[in-house]
Design a protein around this ligand. Structure first.
Ligand code: HEC
Length: 446
């Protein structure tokens, strides 16, 4: 069977906040609370703590590989009946129907037929490699992420997730973290023992926690992946929501924050090199959004995933995050239309951009960013085509800019949905940002 190596995916969903509020929470407790989103019937109400650990416990850098063999997998009949059959009908039925057509070798719509035969040779074993690598359907037909994820996860019993990076092309290298820093305090912020029932599809949960009272410099952030069969993505945001108040009742649909770190299967850690660090204020507040999807309909799953930060008291170089781009563009893209949104900003002082994270939502198609030097010379900062909402990595930039240089950001949108799309915070809206870690922390691009 073919080898499936899932490439880097970092994505961002729901209302990724774009507000640029400062985060100087003065509360100095260091705990992490978690809250139920009422939309998820499967979560519990235990609270967790932001445990500071200093030991070398096994970590998961988020790399999620699968060799394509899934032993002892009998995909759930209940899940087939509940949701998978309809999705197969819709996306595959025109060729793999009761009477196969257009060259499709066989029907794929009967549960008993799919799981008949020796494991590894069954029709169901042929499905997930082809949906994961995007070669089915063959004609590039639009299959929603939710459908592709659910079919793939169901057929592989949760062991394989689609490679949403296929088709994405970028002019910069994806950020690869250097070795983990030694002797730094690790802070684990996990949402513990969240029960993810067999009917949980596309559930967003939000959790809050605070950085240590002493503040410091984040040298590395990585995902703690517990139950990879249901963990779809994590987004870490800074927030000042409820600052000074008791956290509680966080609803993902209404909460917002400023993007900081994201992970999805195949994603990797963010690491500031050379003893540098991203400044974190004392007790600064973070919002962790976790997207769970039990596409396989597995029973008895609980998850304790989250993020781990490595925080140092000192840093040779301080970085902060700038959100550059047209932000929430004033666009109205009719179904079938293509539109672009551009904004140019001017750098206020000499600065270095270390890492960038281009970000749009579902109808983004291309992302281009150009440096316009004071003398008029232009050079590419990043050019990205084949945008995938489900695959948003950090890219290494390592570019020096001088005061007066300009950055021009252009986002292209291609509305393949049947609804008009506008700029806004919701995942159904669009945005245009490059989240960059830059130094010095006083530098801006206005
Ligand atoms: C437009 C027609 C069409 C649609 C829609 C379509 N397929 Fe196919 N499928 C084909 C054709 C033609 C082949 C044979 C050629 C090939 O293997 O690429 C095929 C082959 C396959 C195979 C390989 C069978 C084998 O034994 O090698 C699998 C598995 C498969 N399709 C799954 C799916 C799934 C799952 C969907 C829906 C998500 C889907 N297909 C949608 C036309 C289609």
């Amino acid at each position: 069977m073919r080898k499936i190596v899932l490439s880097s995916l970092i994505l961002f969903s729901l209302s990724c906040g774009s507000d640029d509020k400062a985060n100087n929470g003065q509360t100095v407790i260091n705990n992490a609370t978690q809250n139920n989103n009422p939309s998820n019937n499967a979560s519990n109400n235990k609270s967790n703590n932001g445990t500071a650990t200093n030991n070398g416990t096994a970590t998961n850098n988020g790399t999620n590989t699968n060799n394509g063999t899934v032993a002892d997998c009998i995909p759930s009949k209940a899940q087939w009946d509940a949701t998978v059959k309809d999705r197969m009908d819709k996306n595959c039925g025109s060729c793999h129907g009761a009477v196969p057509s257009f060259g499709a070798p066989y029907s794929l719509l009967d549960y008993d037929d799919l799981i008949a035969g020796q494991e590894g040779m069954r029709k169901v074993d042929k499905i997930f490699p082809r949906t994961a690598d995007y070669t089915m359907p063959p004609n590039g037909a639009q299959v929603t992420h939710q459908d592709r994820d659910t079919i793939t996860e169901w057929a592989s019993c949760g062991n394989v997730h689609p490679d949403h990076g296929i088709g994405l092309s970028a002019s910069r290298e994806v950020h690869v973290p250097t070795a983990k820093p030694e002797n730094l305090t690790e802070y684990n912020f996990t949402a513990n023992d969240i029960a993810i029932g067999p009917t949980t599809l596309d559930a967003y949960e939000c959790f809050t926690f605070e950085a240590p009272a002493s503040g410091g410099f984040i040298s590395r952030i990585e995902a703690i992946v517990d139950e990879s069969r249901v963990l779809h993505h994590l987004v870490l945001m800074r927030t000042n929501e409820a600052a000074g108040q008791q956290f509680g009742g966080i609803n993902c649909a209404t909460s917002n924050g400023k993007f900081y770190y994201g992970w999805a299967p195949g994603g990797d850690a963010l690491q500031i090199p050379d003893n540098g660090g991203a400044t974190v204020g004392p007790g600064e507040k973070f919002l962790l959004q976790i997207h769970y999807n039990n596409g396989a309909g597995l029973e008895g799953i609980t998850d304790s995933s989250g993020v781990r930060m490595f925080i140092s008291d000192t840093a040779d170089k301080e970085y902060h995050m700038l959100a550059i781009g047209s932000g929430i563009p004033s666009i109205n893209v009719a179904p079938g239309d293509q539109v672009e949104s551009t904004r140019t900003c001017t750098v206020t002082e000499d600065m270095t951009i270390l890492i960038g994270f281009p970000h749009m939502h579902e109808i983004g198609s291309e992302f281009h960013e150009t440096i316009i030097r004071k003398n008029g010379d232009e050079e590419s900062l990043i050019d990205l085509t084949g945008w995938s909402f489900e695959n948003q990595p950090f890219y290494d930039y390592n570019v020096n800019l001088e005061a007066g240089d300009k950055i021009k950001t252009t986002c292209l949108y291609d509305n393949h949905t049947d609804k008009a799309v506008q700029g806004g915070l919701r995942s159904a809206d669009e945005m245009c940002f490059d989240f960059m870690f830059v130094t010095p922390t006083t530098a801006r691009c206005n």
